[in-house]
Design a protein around this ligand. Structure first.
Ligand code: ADP
Ligand code: MG
Length: 680
């Protein structure tokens, strides 16, 4: 069976299944083999009810006394019952699964897997999965079985059946990596065995061994991709931009503040790169508020001094406008010509003419910059702010703006999501990295506090009044615009009405992503001019926006956001010298998650990024943002030993150009990773 062939050739997979598979990214036979279990269920671990402890449990017993109630809230049901074994009995509850009341036969035994937790006044088993014991005893090898991520009607069991049918095929899967690159400390040393054990593991140990092999394979691919990119990029040509010490020092001297040492270092690294005849591929990473913009501004100024153009790409119109204004203020006195290009820009064609004829030195904008009809006279530097917000294709498109000139632009990517070291070495291995690990002087850490909604009146409202009384401003973050999609999250409009009642004298406005660009701009402008006291907003303010006078932020339904996202959001305050505060609001009578507690403890973006990586894996942090390209299966990017060995072997492999023909499967598999950071 050829791994590159369509899954449709697999026995038992008809057109309907093929269609379902396509939707979840399983297109080839290879994709199918690599569709690894999401987790494993271990029925050997089942315990007697007498011995039950809070946490995840597996129990085997009979169920009775089932009944479903409607809750006060509309469309919400609670199904309760009692599970018994020969030792004791416990309560069980399912929310919004009314079918559970009719699912069970009282005289049959079932396995129940779920969390035994305290809620609504007592300990109970919460929404457990349930399986007929007889079925499990028959299908689970040694009481151990894989669980696949289901896709609609296509359940974990259906996947298991398909793999059972393929059992005999595994041994024919050839190795992806050359034998000499497999380290001998791995307990499994061939791909077919690793994949087989992943799907047919009989215990944790086998899962672990298989995972280690597959993680190594994935790391090797990632690191090889970046090695090959580095080689290829070094063959590209870029315009050299000579360092103009006199003018640059002059400019830096006239800034309203002193650069931090980190900013000096990063600027210096960039200016040196620009002098080289090969394109720069540099990532400037610095926590929110570390001052990346000015570093980009100096680089763009240097580029303008040499007579070449810079394009600065921002993820939102609000941010693009703010950058354009900031840069104009800084650079126009030095004769640099700056323009803004967003969807809302009037008279685009005139502006594009000027860009083409070289009458504009720096163009700042959103996606509007990368449309096909935008041409440059001498684009030499591309800056991508908040690079993780852009997809691979958009970046690629910007880089093609110099096609035909024989030169590639220098690329400066900026990110406020600090990238953990392990990711730097793997995913971003072919980029040079500058780090702003120092905040401008005088910044105070943002005080962060988790509160329950019911404490608003006592704790929060007085804080808000105090803040506004001294002339400062407040961000109030809510989840959605309308109240429909997520029932519990309050909408921007509703919150605004509520706050207007609580604070009748204050100036309150709201902002959300579905407003027209000019409306958004107008609100943001008024907020930054201090004409709005409380800005109720969705996460559109998340990226980059800079209003140093805002010192208080409230994030409603904080549990709905990821760690990195809250860190970003929170970074909208604490941008001046004043003490700033952030309240993370959670529902009444709930325990805050570990994620929120970490945010309360630390404002260090690097530390939080490591925590996030460990808790969620890289796929979720970077994956969704990269349009699924970075869909890493085996999240062991924290495994430094595997990384260092894979680096060593990948480097050796990349040096030998014969390998590129000798290992076609490997070379084609890593294309998707190469795209992530390549310059061509
Ligand atoms: P980010 O890295 O999050 O993009 P910005 O570039 O928006 O941060 O900078 C945040 C704020 O800090 C801006 O108001 C900027 O003018 C200011 N700033 C930047 N560098 C310094 C510095 N060295 N000293 C004081 N303030 C600075
Ligand atoms: Mg920024």
């Amino acid at each position: 069976m050829n791994l590159n062939e369509s899954v449709a050739i697999v026995k038992g997979i008809g057109p309907k299944t093929t269609e379902i598979f396509h939707k979840i990214g399983i297109k080839t036979v290879r994709d199918l083999f690599y569709y690894l279990p999401r987790t494993y269920e271990n029925y050997q671990e089942n315990i007697k009810i007498r011995d039950i402890r809070p946490g995840k449990v597996v129990i085997r017993g009979k169920i009775s006394d089932l009944k479903t109630k409607r809750a006060k809230r509309r469309n919400f049901t609670i199904t309760e019952g009692v599970i018994r074994d020969e030792t004791d009995a416990i309560a069980v509850v399912w929310f919004n699964q009314p079918y559970r009341a009719k699912q069970f036969e009282e005289d049959k035994e079932y396995y129940f897997i779920g969390n035994f937790e305290f809620s609504r006044g007592k300990y109970q088993l919460q929404s457990p999965k349930a399986y007929l014991a007889h079925d499990i005893d028959k299908t689970a090898k040694n009481g151990f079985r894989p669980v696949y991520r289901a896709s609609g009607q296509f359940k974990s069991e259906n996947f298991a059946r398909i793999f059972s049918g393929l059992r005999g095929e595994f041994s024919k899967i050839p190795n992806l990596l050359p034998d000499e690159t497999i380290p001998d400390f791995l307990k499994i040393t061939s791909r077919n065995e690793a994949l087989f054990k992943a799907h047919f593991a009989e215990n944790e140990k086998e899962v672990e061994n298989s995972r280690e092999y597959l993680a190594y394979e994935e790391l090797f691919e990632l690191i090889l991709a970046s090695n090959l990119n580095r080689n290829e990029n070094s063959k590209l040509k870029a315009r050299t931009i000579k360092f103009d010490q006199k003018n640059i020092s002059e400019f830096v001297k006239k800034l309203p503040f002193n650069l931090t040492n980190a900013q000096r270092r990063a600027t210096w690294e960039i200016l040196q790169d620009l002098e080289k005849p090969t394109p720069m591929n540099r990532l400037l990473q610095g926590d929110v508020g570390s001052g990346k913009t000015i570093v980009a501004a100096i680089s763009a100024y240097q580029t303008a001094l040499s007579g070449a153009q810079t394009a600065i790409l921002a993820p939102t119109a609000v941010l693009a406008k703010q950058h354009a204004e900031g840069l104009s203020e800084l650079l126009e006195p030095f004769g640099v010509r700056i323009a803004l290009l967003t969807g809302a820009t009037k008279n685009k064609s005139l502006l594009k003419e000027k860009l083409k004829s070289g009458e504009i030195d720096i163009i700042v904008g959103t996606h509007a910059i990368i449309t096909d009809d935008t041409e440059f006279k001498s684009l030499s530097l591309c800056v991508i702010d908040e690079q993780h917000r852009f997809g691979v294709n958009q970046r690629q498109k910007l880089l093609t703006k110099t096609a035909g000139t024989g030169f590639a632009p220098h690329l400066l990517s900026m990110s406020a999501t600090p990238i953990p070291r392990s990711l730097q070495l793997t995913i971003f291995g072919d980029m040079s990295i500058s780090i702003l690990d120092e905040l401008p002087k005088g910044r105070k850490p943002i005080k962060t506090e988790i509160i329950q909604e019911m404490d608003s009146v006592d704790i929060l409202y007085p804080k808000v009044r105090e803040t506004i009384k001294v002339g400062r401003q407040v961000y109030w973050i809510c989840r959605s615009i309308e109240n429909e999609s997520e029932k519990k999250a309050i909408s921007v409009k509703k919150m605004t009405e509520k706050l207007e009642k609580v604070f009748p004298k204050m100036r309150i406005s709201y902002l959300h992503g579905r407003m027209k660009n000019d409306e958004k701009d107008e609100i943001m402008t008024r907020f930054s001019e201090g004409k709005i006291d409380i800005l109720v907003s969705t996460t559109v303010v998340e990226v980059g926006v800079n209003v140093p006078n805002a010192t208080l932020m409230v994030i409603m339904n904080a549990e709905n956001y990821g760690l990195a996202q809250i860190h970003q959001l929170r970074g909208r305050v604490g941008r001046g010298n004043a003490e700033s505060e952030c309240f993370l609001m959670i529902e009444n009578e709930t325990e805050p998650s570990r994620r929120l507690k970490e945010l309360e403890k630390s404002t260090d973006g690097f530390y939080l990024a490591e925590v996030d990586l460990k808790m969620r894996g890289p796929g979720e942090i970077y994956g969704s943002l990269q349009h699924g390209v970075l869909d890493l299966n085996i999240a062991t990017l924290t495994d430094t030993k595997l990384i260092s060995v894979a680096s060593k072997y990948a480097k050796i492999f990349a040096k030998n150009s014969e390998n590129m023909v000798k290992y076609p499967e490997l070379i084609s598999c890593i294309k998707k990773y190469q795209q992530l950071t390549t310059l061509n």
